[in-house]
Structure formats: structure tokens, C-alpha cells
Design a protein around this ligand. Structure first.
Ligand SMILES: NC(=O)c1ccc[n+]([C@@H]2O[C@H](COP(=O)([O-])OP(=O)(O)OC[C@H]3O[C@@H](n4cnc5c(N)ncnc54)[C@H](O)[C@@H]3O)[C@@H](O)[C@H]2O)c1
Length: 448
């Protein structure tokens, strides 16, 4: 049987499952697209959500507004709260789902699924992703891809073996504002000149442990079955060794991913200082404070990148700043933040403004003398604006990219291999804190 003949024998779901191999830029053929099943339109995708907590809900809020996405099943172990609430939320959008506690049971019973969105705690990702891929589903799995490199490796291998799509939830990779910065400012114009340094941070204010309604307490046997020793740990899993990776993994992975993306390089060393300096080490097993320095030997020369995450003070929030000898790009996922600063000695940027890569700095009315203005601009050069803004919720473009990749219309913006590279770079920070010395990366560590 040749490829076309074999497609004729497939139903719509089988075709959807097989057509998106590695998002190879394939388009649905009109012949196959015309086939419909049970009132489904050709581009409809049947989806389950696995892990319907805080992030699961955020993803659902975007996904229900994407054309052709039909939720059929929801799996969450917290029946009295998240499972109930998110099932109700979906119902309000006319997605009637079967609810499950056990994901294996969901895979056994739901035979008409095309894809699954996984937003369980990090330590569940590898097992669940591999099982879903092997069940023939395309997977959108939240970052951190896994809390262990072994788990992350198995996920990449399963995606390769099955030919199913695996998108990792580093959503900035699909954010049009970030994509504009990469395509136009970093690649096409190299407007920053020779990038030498990066600064990034995610600073948060001190906050108490997440609580839970007393009437929604899970029994000890259920908690233990799913890897938790108490409700406190279940709610605050990211702080516990073996379950999450602490703030450097939880928050830092988003931004350290951008470092590699924009530099088109993987780090060759990292050193880090960190610890649980503020909270109780028994409850906050991972470090509440981490400061890391990476080195990258890029095609254009050495880059040193500083990254900090603290959880006691939110000053300056979160952003990444790429600094070159002709300018600085400061960007954040946080809406409305971000600018490009031209070094006074750099060639003028009129050409890039005319091409629409940047918007002119806003002229400020000033009574200051020229000398004072010159002095101020040396310290804080005029800021050009980034002309592209994300109008949608942060995660929507990444979900749209995933669903369009399933339809064969786009390539994944963050396939498993990229998620793996980021996991290698980020998980080593915790090792470096523990080792108390600089750790090197070998290029082959980033490859499967
Ligand atoms: N991309 C982002 O911006 C972003 C933001 C926040 C969280 N996340 C990621 O999303 C994931 C979930 O984080 P969260 O903040 O929603 O956590 P959460 O604790 O609020 O939600 C996790 C949910 O998974 C359920 N669960 C736990 N084990 C399960 C299992 N074995 N089977 C089925 N359900 C299970 C829990 O009952 C809970 O409802 C994490 O990987 C996190 O890193 C990503």
C-alpha cells in the first residue's frame, strides 16, 4: 500500500494523528479534509487536558477560544476542587468532557482523542507524556519538560519513535513580540552589534504557601498514590526535591530558554550561588534565591549571562536584557514592557525605523540644557519602542502553533529537542549551587 492508498483507509482521527509528523509543513489534502466524522469539521481536533490546576485552567481559557478545538476529556486527581471547577468551566463553553482521576483509564477509554495538554506537576510529565505519545496522541506538555534529564530524554525519544508532535510550554517562543525581536532585531539587523552580556531576572515578593479549602482535602492514600505526602506538599510541589525544581527551574527556564534562542548557542559553563536563605529549609527544599552566571561561546565571541531569581522582593519584576556594543534590547513577557536602547556611539537607526523594525523614541519636552540632556542620555540612552505587541493571553499563540502543527500548517515553535536543550541548561544550575563551583557543559550533553 502506498502513502495515498493507506490514507484512504484511515478515518479522520487516524489521519490527524499521522499527518503531523514532526510538523513537516504538510497541508491537509482537500480529499481528506472533506471527510468528516460525527459532525466534526475537517480541522477539528479532539483534546484532553491532563492536570487541570492553576496552569491547566489558564491554558483552557485560551484553548476554548481557538477554532476547532473540542475538549472531550479531563483528568485530574483533585476531584473535589480542580477537576470539578475546570469541568464546569469547560461546560460553560459547551465542551462536555468525561472526567477521570487516572490518566491510564482515560487513555484506555477515550478512543477519539487527537491530542492532550499536560499541566501536571513536573515530576509527572515524563511518564504521562511518553504514555500519551505511545497511545497515538500529540502532546502539549508544560515546562519544565521534566524534573530529571533522564525523564526529558525519554520524552524526546518517545516523540521520535512515535512520530507524534511534542510541544514544550515555553510560550515566549510563539509570542509575536519575541519573534519580532529575534527575526528583525537579532537576526536581520543585528541591531545590538556584538552581544557581550545578558542580564535576566525573575524577582517575586515573599508569599505564603498555597492553601486549600478544608472541604476539599484529599485522603492520605490518594495523595500517597500520586506521590505527595500531604496537602501542603501537593499544593506547593514546586518547592520539593523530587517533585519540582524550585524557582530557578520554574521561572528561570522560560528566560534561560530565550538566552539560547537569541544567541543561537548553548552554554558551555555555569556557576551559581543559591540557597534557602529566607524560608524554612524543611518546607522550601529548593533554593529561594539563586544567582547564576553562564558563559556562551557563540559564533561572534564570548557572551556572559547573569540570571537571578529571588522570592523575597519583586523589584523590577521579570525581564531579559541583551547588551551589545551598539545597543540593549530589554524585553519581558509582561505586557507593555520592553525597549531598545541605542548606544550613543552606534550608527543611527533611521533605516530600521523606516523598515518598521523599531518605533522612534518619544520626544520628551524638557527645560534642561543640552549638556544636561547629553549627560542623562549617556546614562539612560533614548529608548526605541518594539512595534509588535501581544494582544492575546500569553499562552494562546503557543497553543495555536501546536494545533496548527497538528493540522500540518505550521512547524512547532518549541519541539521536544529544544525543550530538552533548555532542560539541560537549567537543571545544571541546581547542580552548580550544590557543587559550589563552575560546571562545564559538553556540546554532546545537549543532544539525544
Ligand atoms: N508556561 C507557564 O507560564 C506556566 C506557568 C505556571 C505553571 N506552569 C507549569 O504547569 C504545570 C502545572 O503547574 P500548576 O501551577 O498548574 O500546578 P497546580 O498544582 O496548580 O496544578 C497541577 C494539577 O495537576 C493535578 N495532578 C497532580 N498529579 C496528577 C496526576 N498524576 N494525574 C492527574 N492530575 C494530577 C493536581 O490535582 C492539580 O490540579 C507545571 O509543570 C508548571 O511548571 C507553566
Amino acid at each position: 500500500m502506498n502513502e495515498n492508498e493507506s490514507k484512504k483507509g484511515m478515518n479522520r482521527r487516524q489521519f490527524m494523528r499521522s499527518s503531523a509528523v514532526a510538523g513537516a509543513g504538510l497541508f491537509l489534502s482537500p480529499m481528506v479534509a472533506a471527510q468528516t466524522e460525527g459532525g466534526k469539521k475537517p480541522d477539528d481536533i479532539n483534546v484532553a487536558v491532563l492536570g487541570a490546576g492553576a496552569q491547566g485552567r489558564i491554558l483552557l481559557e485560551s484553548a476554548v477560544k481557538i477554532d476547532g478545538v473540542r475538549f472531550k476529556a479531563l483528568c485530574d486527581i483533585w476531584t473535589a476542587y480542580n477537576q470539578k471547577n475546570q469541568t464546569r468551566f469547560l461546560k460553560a463553553y459547551k465542551h462536555i468532557v468525561n472526567a477521570y482521576v487516572d490518566y491510564q483509564e482515560m487513555l484506555d477509554k477515550e478512543k477519539d482523542l487527537d491530542a492532550v495538554i499536560i499541566a501536571t506537576p513536573d515530576f509527572w510529565h515524563a511518564e504521562q507524556t511518553v504514555a500519551c505519545l505511545k497511545a497515538g496522541l500529540h502532546v502539549y506538555c508544560e515546562k519544565e519538560m521534566s524534573n530529571t534529564l533522564e525523564g526529558a530524554r525519554k520524552m524526546v525519544e518517545a516523540a521520535k519513535e512515535t512520530g507524534k508532535l511534542l510541544q514544550i510550554g515555553h510560550q515566549r517562543r510563539s509570542n509575536p513580540r519575541y519573534r519580532h525581536c529575534y527575526d528583525k532585531l537579532i537576526k536581520e539587523s543585528a541591531i545590538l552589534g556584538r552581544i557581550t552580556t545578558i542580564n535576566g531576572q525573575w524577582n517575586r515578593a515573599a508569599r505564603p504557601f498555597l492553601g486549600f479549602p478544608k472541604k476539599a482535602v484529599m485522603d492520605q492514600a490518594t495523595l500517597a498514590k500520586y506521590g505527595f505526602n500531604s496537602m501542603e506538599q501537593f499544593r506547593n510541589w514546586r518547592w520539593f526535591k523530587g517533585l519540582g525544581g524550585g524557582p530557578i527551574v520554574d521561572l528561570g527556564s522560560h528566560q534561560i530558554d530565550i538566552f539560547s534562542w537569541f544567541l543561537e548557542a548553548q552554554p558551555n559553563s555555569v556557576m551559581a550561588s543559591g540557597g534557602t536563605d529566607y524560608y524554612d529549609k524543611n518546607t522550601h527544599q529548593w533554593y529561594d534565591t539563586v544567582m547564576a552566571i553562564y558563559t556562551y561561546e557563540t559564533a561572534k565571541g564570548m557572551v556572559r549571562a547573569f540570571y537571578q531569581t529571588i522570592t523575597t522582593n519583586s523589584n523590577m519584576g521579570y525581564y531579559e536584557a541583551f547588551m551589545g556594543d551598539e545597543g540593549t534590547l530589554s524585553i519581558s513577557e509582561s505586557a507593555g514592557r520592553g525597549a531598545v536602547y541605542r548606544e550613543p556611539t552606534a550608527p543611527d537607526w533611521d533605516k530600521w525605523v523606516k523598515l518598521g523594525f523599531l518605533l522612534e523614541p518619544k520626544e520628551e519636552e524638557t527645560a534642561e540644557s543640552d549638556a544636561v540632556v547629553d549627560a542623562r542620555e549617556t546614562i539612560a540612552p533614548p529608548s526605541y519602542e518594539i512595534p509588535v505587541e501581544l494582544k492575546d493571553p500569553y499562552h494562546k499563540p503557543h497553543l495555536v502553533n501546536f494545533f496548527n502543527a497538528i493540522r500540518g500548517k505550521e512547524k512547532l515553535n518549541c519541539p521536544a529537542e529544544i525543550g530538552y536543550e533548555t532542560a539541560v541548561a537549567v537543571l545544571k544550575v541546581n547542580d552548580a549551587v550544590e557543587a559550589g563551583c563552575k560546571l562545564d557543559f559538553k556540546p554532546e550533553e545537549f543532544k539525544i
